[in-house]
Structure formats: structure tokens, C-alpha cells
Ligand binder design. Structure first.
Ligand code: ZN
Ligand code: ZN
Length: 192
């Protein structure tokens, strides 16, 4: 894999969803058109058997790294994002069984005004438990949530199958071409 493939990190995060009998790894894109062109120009051309995802753990965070050989190298991209470890991430780590589907997801943030009453806030309480006044604080006594925040993810149907999945620590990265390229370009060569 060539190290000259550009790195792409302009996405919101990764959702891990159990859907269609397999775990799905879902890069979240905020713009529907952009998600369509990312698929059309880049991921569509990936050779399934060469798709690699790497998770490099550093303290409470991990680097999500994804790349592939492409039948259309001119528009190929490799993806990376530094993300906080989450319950869903840990669930995927335990449960993927060596295979996953790759799908894109369109991510829409929901404000209190346009959320359904039972939509769940990031604080774990429903929209109807938040004050509809000027500042939409959570009304639960012990909750310190100051603003309702929730999101909706629409999974796009098209998918690729990933069978090359590795969880690494930073010390292992030098033996793995894809994650070495990523961390070298996006971390080591940037720090001075
Ligand atoms: Zn809340
Ligand atoms: Zn709350």
C-alpha cells in the first residue's frame, strides 16, 4: 500500500451497530451528499479482501485507521480519526469475531425543538425530561446536563465486508504498515 494516499479525517466519528447479522463499522458523515461521493469516488473501488481497519489504543483514546487497495487509485483515501474509547467501541472489540460490514452513516444532530419526546439525550435522560425554557437543562435532580444533545444516524445500504481487523498498542505500530504510515504522518512528523 502506497504511503502517498491522502489521509481523510473530516468525519464526526464511528458508530458500531449490530445489523444484518454482523457488527457494522460506520464512519459518520454530516452531509448526505458528501457521504454519497465518498462512497462513489473511493470506497466503491476498494477491493474487499484488502480492506484493513486498525485500532491503536493510547490511554483513554484510540486511533481508528482504515485503508484499502483500490481499483481506482487516483481517488483513493485512507481514513483516520482519534476518538475516545466508548462502551460501543469495547463491545465491538469483544464481539466482532474477525469480520464486520463497513457502511457509511449520515449523522444529524437533534436539538430539543426537533427531537421526539422520548429521544435520548447524551446524559441518558429523555427529551421530555429537559426544560423547554431558554436553556434546555436536564430536570433530573442529580444530573448536571446543561443542554439537550442527541443525534440520529441513518445507515446507508451499500456495504463492504472487512476481514482484516487488528487492535494494537502504540509499541506494535512499527510492525504494521497502515497504522505506521498513519501515525507517522499525522503524529510523529507533526510534533517538534
Ligand atoms: Zn441531557
Ligand atoms: Zn440528564
Amino acid at each position: 500500500m502506497s504511503s502517498s494516499i491522502p489521509w481523510f479525517d473530516d468525519f464526526v466519528g464511528i458508530a458500531y451497530r449490530y445489523y444484518d447479522l454482523r457488527m457494522n463499522v460506520v464512519p459518520l458523515i454530516t452531509d448526505r451528499k458528501e457521504s454519497a461521493s465518498l462512497w462513489h469516488d473511493t470506497i466503491h473501488w476498494w477491493v474487499d479482501s484488502s480492506i484493513k481497519i486498525r485500532f491503536v489504543e493510547m490511554d483513554d483514546e484510540y486511533w481508528f485507521i482504515m485503508g484499502s487497495d483500490s481499483q481506482k487509485p487516483d481517488t483513493n483515501l485512507s481514513f483516520f480519526k482519534i476518538l475516545p474509547k466508548s462502551e460501543n467501541y469495547e463491545r465491538f472489540k469483544k464481539g466482532h469475531g474477525g469480520e464486520a460490514y463497513l457502511r457509511l452513516g449520515v449523522y444529524t444532530a437533534k436539538s430539543l425543538d426537533n427531537a421526539k419526546k422520548n429521544a435520548m439525550c447524551d446524559c441518558g435522560h429523555e427529551a421530555q425530561d429537559h426544560d423547554e425554557g431558554d436553556d434546555d437543562v436536564c430536570l433530573f435532580n442529580k444530573c448536571d446536563c446543561k443542554k439537550f444533545s442527541s443525534f440520529q444516524v441513518n445507515l446507508l445500504k451499500r456495504k463492504k465486508t472487512i476481514t482484516d481487523i487488528k487492535f494494537l498498542e502504540e509499541k506494535d505500530v512499527k510492525d504494521d504498515t497502515l497504522s505506521w504510515n498513519c501515525i507517522n504522518v499525522n503524529k510523529y512528523s507533526k510534533s517538534n
